[in-house]
Design a protein around this ligand. Structure first.
Ligand SMILES: [Zn+2]
Length: 90
């Protein structure tokens, strides 16, 4: 399940190309994650740049990349590219 909606400020931003590459990497590294993203979010719209956040998981130095929009909340659905591989709302 997706956890809390964070209020933290973005850490940096990335191009659509970098975002897509990061998501592809994370999905490849975590089995079943692609299905989770598909079932919990709707596809992103077109954007040249996307925000990136730091992962809030303790001990994880990953970054959170936009993977979609949350189905029920007005939030961006993000995925950590670090060791935890968790999803969050931003
Ligand atoms: Zn993480």
């Amino acid at each position: 399940m997706t956890s809390n909606v964070g209020q933290s400020y973005p850490y940096t931003s990335e191009t659509e190309i970098d975002r897509a590459a990061a998501i592809a990497r994370v999905v490849a590294a975590h089995e079943g994650l692609a299905d989770t993203i598909r079932s919990e979010s709707t596809p992103l719209d077109e954007n040249d740049r996307w925000w990136v956040w730091k992962c809030p998981t303790k001990g994880c130095n990953g970054l959170l990349h936009a993977a979609g929009y949350a189905r029920e909340k007005h939030a961006v659905y993000v995925v950590c590219d670090g060791t935890c591989g968790k999803t969050f709302l931003r």
